[in-house]
Write a protein that binds this ligand. Structure first.
Ligand code: NAD
Length: 302
């Protein structure tokens, strides 16, 4: 897309993503109501406006990187009598939402944008703050073909894998499906390590077997929940995130909503959602999601 980009939501992810666009020569005007976030983005070289409307004025692309679907819908449609961004935008403006939100809300946002004469793309990411800073994010994109062709080069400035998953909302579907696999597999790997421990099997031996056998998965070989086998995994630094337990709990809640909406007879996804909600209500709020293994150990009989 050519033309100016309004970048709304300059938080942990948004600020470095916006900075990557600026560094690639794009004209970006950002906004965030949280002064510390706005200031941090300015430090990274991003121009920051005083309001969302000011940032969006004359923009060809309105990119949102917010916390929730309600925030996205409020920004689009307005709230408390204040007009939203859809009303003020030039016809055909591309509304690009990179937040991780509920599938139903993403489709609602698409309908609202299209209904107002604009275009909508959902493009949630994986790769975390590290990926946002290094421009190595994966984007899962739900878009019409022509809109995908237009946003792909823009997303490539902030990420390295851009996957067109289908029409509106299907980027969010791909995201919840992937993170449900991750949440469930981390619990399975953690339970296996605790079971091995209790029966005298060393972490190294289990890792050497499973990492090269049919138990192999990212939760084991990259984000290994015990210290030792994978020196870079958060377990080696007392579960400093990484991917915090609260964020996994949020993504699994979105998976649960999608499961209920679609009427799928899933059992592991909802159970993982419950397990991570409990983890995130305790010390999992600040720890990497692989710290779930300490909860499993604590709940096991000594
Ligand atoms: P964050 O809380 O750090 O940033 C969100 C920012 O949006 C906040 O600074 C907030 O003040 C701002 N905001 C709220 N309403 C706004 C509005 N109307 N206009 C402009 N700004 C507004 O969150 P984050 O960690 O950057 O995550 C953003 C999204 O990316 C979330 O949906 C999250 O689930 C997803 N995500 C995060 C990670 C991660 O590792 N942090 C990884 C993948 C996906």
């Amino acid at each position: 897309a050519s033309g100016r980009i309004a970048f709304l939501g300059l938080g942990h992810m948004g600020a470095p993503m916006a900075a990557n666009l600026v560094n690639a020569g794009k004209k970006v005007v950002g906004f965030d109501p949280f002064p510390a976030a706005a200031e941090a983005a300015r430090t990274l070289g991003v121009e920051v406006a005083e309001s969302a409307a000011e940032a969006a004025e004359g923009a060809a692309v309105v990119l949102t990187m917010l916390q929730t679907g309600q925030q996205v819908l409020d920004a689009y449609r307005g709230r408390d009598g204040k007009p939203g961004l859809l009303a003020g935008a030039a016809p055909g403006t591309l509304f690009l939402d990179c937040s991780t939100i509920n599938v139903v809300e993403a489709r609602e946002a698409a309908e609202a944008a299209v209904g107002a004469g604009h275009r909508f793309v959902d493009a949630p990411v994986s790769g975390g703050v590290v990926g946002a800073e290094a421009a190595t994010l994966t984007f899962m994109v739900g878009a019409e073909d022509a809109d995908f062709a237009e946003v792909e080069p823009l997303l490539a400035l902030m990420g390295k894998r851009i996957v067109h998953c289908g029409g509106h909302g299907l980027g969010q579907v791909a995201k919840v499906c992937n993170n449900m696999i991750l949440g469930v597999s981390m619990i399975a790997v953690s339970e296996a390590f605790v079971l091995g421990e209790k029966l005298g099997l060393s972490h190294e031996a289990l890792f050497d077997v499973a990492a090269h056998a049919s138990g192999q998965c990212w939760a084991l070989t990259t984000n290994c929940p015990v210290p030792g086998p994978v020196p870079t995994s958060p377990a080696n630094r007392d579960y400093q995130p990484g991917f915090a337990g609260t964020l996994m709990a949020k993504d699994l809640r979105l998976a649960l909503q999608a499961i209920e909406h679609a009427g799928v007879a899933a059992q592991m996804g909802p159970l993982a959602s419950k397990i991570y909600d409990e983890f995130a209500a305790g010390d999992g709020a600040r720890r990497d999601f692989s710290g779930i293994i300490t909860d499993i150990r604590d709940r096991s009989s000594s």
